[in-house]
Ligand binder design. Structure first.
Ligand SMILES: [Zn+2]
Length: 97
């Protein structure tokens, strides 16, 4: 990540999964300058084909504008039975050097 975004000291992502029939679940991810600049998070639905949640555009946009925090919603990118698919509410916090 330091190669791509040398001004970033760290990124914290929290994601709340809201999946049908399952209680919402909170997961958190932390990225440091030595992490890969790859901000894709797995989907939790079974039989998910090529799914996941890609925060790369959100994060690169934030860094470009030097935004420190944002939140929003994403739905799974994958294909499969729609009812099984999860959606997430995400919060991203970025610390700059
Ligand atoms: Zn999925």
């Amino acid at each position: 990540m330091a190669d791509h975004f040398p001004e970033v000291a760290g990124i914290d992502i929290s994601m709340t999964y809201n999946q049908k029939g399952i209680r919402s679940l909170l997961r958190t991810f932390s990225f440091s300058p030595s992490s890969y600049a790859y901000f894709k998070v797995d989907c939790l639905c079974k039989d998910c084909n090529g799914g996941g949640f890609d925060l790369t555009q959100v994060i690169t946009g934030m860094i470009r504008n030097r935004r420190k925090a944002t939140k929003g919603e994403l739905s799974c990118l994958g294909e499969g039975p729609a009812a099984d698919h999860s959606a997430v509410v995400y919060e991203v916090a970025i610390r700059y050097t």
